[in-house]
Design a protein. Structure first.
Length: 446
């Protein structure tokens, strides 16, 4: 059960989903919950769907809503409250926020069919097999990880301009032949459905209450990019400081991302590990630490281009550890700066119990350090060497990449030995020091 941040002492808050069909589409329990409330909250559009005689005091949500929400509801503790939501309140809706703030026991949720359910019903699509992306309050690029040839997805629009913006996004990312279907006011008397191709999109902006269905068609030369790890190297811009795709796939497998987890990517380079971590599951988060400003910019650019612009890009680890906004992670990847005095010790101290740490080394010095840590903390050591075929005159030869030693370990309370290098300083309560830059180990051999 979700733990509540605020103890709610009043009657349960009724959270009622209401569709475009308004009052007529509500069942008796939903109508009774609205009628019994002393105060009904909602957007102006939602409140207008409820007859004047059917509710008590009406309060329109302020903007921005989220910062004001806890205090606004708590000011009415002791009276019956009702919150109106669009469709299913627990589907990208305010019900999720209220459950997080006050706990599920403080709520009585009465859902209607979601816009995604209604869209799939109109299109004949399987709801269970159709990804849904919300761009309400999110970057439009969040759609990009779901784009794959012959794939289907639904996009919850921010407003009437979203369909046209999606068409432009598809054209600019090699999916211009994709078909867009705009479904407006689903379930209501003004329901309307229109279809067009992204490359030739000329449909004017329509109703702000819409959802967009995309049937993806990739251009013939479009590089395939799925959520699975091992994206082609050419998708990452930068100066070549990149964990190459074969080793990257093996590294992501060792990191084992699960939905909603936080990764620290230490020595970000081009940001490829953090980006693929976040693409693996829509709710994943990452903080990447990179010493050089120009590389921090390229990480941010790569993240935006690959649809995970929410990645947090910070400076050198030792300067950032201890900031309140940087939470302890479930996983840490160290791809550079392994021999920097105190780096692994700081990472190990910050890793949550049960978390995974994966470190890659290409130099003899950094490999020796991993052997020492593995002897103390356990885990698994592996060594990879990738060969790529390259032309040699009129023939083909195998060109070896630098071998990579990888240590992966799960932190447990029983194995918390700290390895303390000499000549250290104290930063943020952990042993650290000054040493080689993060780019020491993250080189073109990766």
């Amino acid at each position: 059960m979700t733990s509540s941040a605020v103890s709610w002492t009043g009657p349960r808050i009724a959270v009622v989903g209401i569709g475009a069909d308004g009052w007529d589409g509500l069942g008796r329990p939903a109508r009774e919950a609205i009628g019994a409330a002393a105060v009904v909250f909602g957007s102006a559009r939602q409140l207008a769907l409820v007859p004047e005689t059917a509710a008590g005091k009406r309060v329109t949500w302020p903007s921005p809503l989220l910062p004001a929400l806890p205090g606004l509801l708590e000011s009415y503790v002791g009276v019956r409250l009702c919150v109106l939501a669009s469709g299913d309140p627990m589907f990208f809706g305010i019900g999720v926020t209220l459950a997080r703030l006050f706990g599920p026991r403080a709520l009585q949720v009465l859902p209607q069919p979601s816009s995604a359910s209604l869209a799939c019903a109109r299109l004949g699509w399987s709801l269970a097999d159709t990804p849904v992306v919300s761009v309400v309050g999110r970057a439009l690029s969040a759609v990009l990880p779901e784009l794959v040839d012959r794939g289907r997805l639904l996009v919850l629009s921010a407003d009437e301009h979203t369909p046209g913006q999606l068409a432009e996004l598809l054209r600019g990312h090699g999916f211009g032949a994709s078909e867009l279907t705009v479904l407006e006011q689903l379930g209501g008397p003004a329901e309307q459905i229109g279809t067009g191709v992204a490359q030739r999109w000329q449909r004017p902006a329509g109703d702000p209450l819409n959802i967009v269905a995309i049937s993806c068609v990739a251009d013939a030369d479009q590089v395939r990019a799925t959520r699975l790890p091992g994206l082609p190297d050419q998708l990452f811009g930068g100066d070549g400081q990149l964990t190459k795709r074969e080793v990257r796939a093996l590294t992501l497998a060792a990191l084992a991302p699960a939905p909603g987890e936080l990764l620290w990517d230490v020595g970000g380079g081009s940001g490829s590990i953090a980006i693929e971590w976040c693409r693996a599951h829509p709710g994943n988060r990452a903080v990447t630490f990179e010493r050089l400003e120009r590389r921090r910019r390229q990480i941010a650019d790569n993240a935006a281009a690959l649809g995970v612009g929410h990645i947090v890009v910070r400076g050198e680890l030792f300067e950032e550890v201890g900031h309140a906004e940087i939470a302890s992670p479930e996983a840490i990847f160290v791809g550079g700066g392994l021999t920097q005095d105190g780096l692994l010790g700081t990472c190990w101290a910050q890793l949550r119990p049960g978390g995974r740490l994966v470190a890659n080394a290409v130099t003899a010095e950094s490999e020796s350090l991993l052997l020492t840590w593995a002897a103390a903390q356990g885990g698994e050591l592996r060594k990879f060497q990738i060969y790529r075929a390259e032309p040699l005159g009129s023939s083909t030869a195998w060109r070896p990449q630098l071998p990579v030693t990888q240590w992966s370990v799960v932190k447990s309370a029983a194995r918390s030995v700290q390895i303390s290098p000499p000549n250290r300083e104290r930063v943020a309560g952990h042993a650290v020091g000054s040493g080689p830059s993060f780019e020491h180990d993250r080189n073109n051999g990766f």
